[in-house]
Design a protein around this ligand. Structure first.
Ligand SMILES: NC(=O)c1ccc[n+]([C@@H]2O[C@H](COP(=O)([O-])OP(=O)(O)OC[C@H]3O[C@@H](n4cnc5c(N)ncnc54)[C@H](OP(=O)(O)O)[C@@H]3O)[C@@H](O)[C@H]2O)c1
Length: 310
């Protein structure tokens, strides 16, 4: 059995390679998604030892939760899987409106329970902070839901350090999910000392920089989804990033590994990070990313990767 790891101070024990499911039913994020392909990649994951699945109401406004829920239901062993979802926002037309009020969060948890076809959620995050609700009040209602057994752990996502501190006034925050990868390393300075000191597990999203760090792209590629507006996919910046990936490829080749595995393994060397949730569009990517578990980086390699992406 794959090595399992505990997420921070929670009692959630998982394979350190989880799965991000924004491309499973996330029609508002990626155009032309095939739902069967999405369900198949979740099946491939759980059949090969992945037991930590990350979804959110926002991904396809509930569709990702529904598809993940269907696959888990069909597998029939709910307790073997750790399901994380996120709520606290609603869509008004095409616009996203945040609402972290206690009443809204309570309803969001009820809605996610239904969509996931389960009677508990292992990890529930506030997806984005809203303007008005005091952060400790928002987390307070999640603590009540935890005491009632509806959720097992409390997360926040896209919070600043100041917002995180307010949210964690009573020490109830278990996980912070934030944008972090080798091309966006701001989280190291902003969060890692606070999260480590407070035993909050940091889960990076976009760990592969939306695919750029998987080592499969070249300078002539174009994108028609959210990547077309991302700064690291633009012009000279994109080319420079690809050059860094080529430097990484040398390290990967020496280890008989692929770039994606070296990148993902590097995150797991951080004290703040217990688990990663790379996304995937096809089953083969899920299986490929599991090879990360075979990569052991030396101190020298860890520092060299750090240097390339400084
Ligand atoms: N909390 C938040 O606000 C937030 C925001 C964003 C994401 N998330 C979560 O974080 C998860 C991960 O982020 P993400 O999926 O957006 O980005 P990501 O993990 O950085 O990149 C995933 C993309 O990389 C490519 N890829 C993955 N494995 C590969 C492999 N082995 N070989 C080649 N290419 C590979 C695929 O794209 P192609 O096939 O197109 O190349 C895949 O869709 C999401 O699924 C979601 O659960 C959370």
């Amino acid at each position: 059995m794959t090595k399992q790891t505990r997420i921070g101070k929670t009692d959630l024990v998982v394979n350190p390679i989880g799965l991000g499911t924004s491309a499973v039913g996330g029609h508002n994020i990626y155009p032309n998604l095939n739902e069967e392909v999405g369900k198949d990649l979740v099946r491939a994951a759980i059949n090969h030892g992945v037991n930590f699945l990350d979804t959110a109401f926002f991904y396809g406004t509930g569709r990702s939760e529904e598809l993940v829920g269907e696959v888990i239901k069909e597998a029939g062993k709910r307790h073997e899987f750790i399901l994380a979802t996120k709520g606290g926002l609603t869509l008004v037309g095409n616009d996203v409106a945040m609402d972290n009020s206690p009443a809204f969060l309570k309803q969001a948890v009820e809605d996610s329970l239904k969509k996931l076809q389960t009677d508990y959620i292992d990890l529930f995050y506030i997806h984005f902070p809203d303007q008005d609700t005091p952060k400790d009040e928002a987390v307070g209602v999640l603590k009540q839901l935890k005491d009632e057994g509806k959720i097992r752990a409390i997360g926040v996502s896209n919070f600043s350090l100041e917002q995180l501190k307010e949210a964690n006034k009573d020490g109830y925050v278990d996980v912070l999910q934030g944008n972090y990868n080798l091309l966006h390393r701001e989280a190291e300075q902003e969060f890692f000392s606070y999260t480590t000191e407070n035993n909050i597990s940091f889960i990076p999203y976009f760990p592969l920089a939306s695919g750029l760090l998987a080592g499969k792209y070249n300078k002539d590629m174009t994108f028609n989804d959210l990547r077309k507006d991302m700064p690291h996919f633009q012009g000279d910046k994109f080319k420079k990033n690809l050059e860094k990936v080529e430097q990484l490829r040398k390290i990967a080749n020496e280890k008989n590994a692929e770039v994606a595995h070296v990148v993902l393994a590097w995150y797991l060397t951080h004290d703040s990070i217990d688990v990663i949730i790379p996304g995937a569009k096809r089953a083969e990517q899920v299986l490929d990313n599991l090879k990360t578990l075979d990569v052991h980086l030396t101190e020298e390699e860890i520092n060299e990767i750090d240097r390339i992406f400084k």
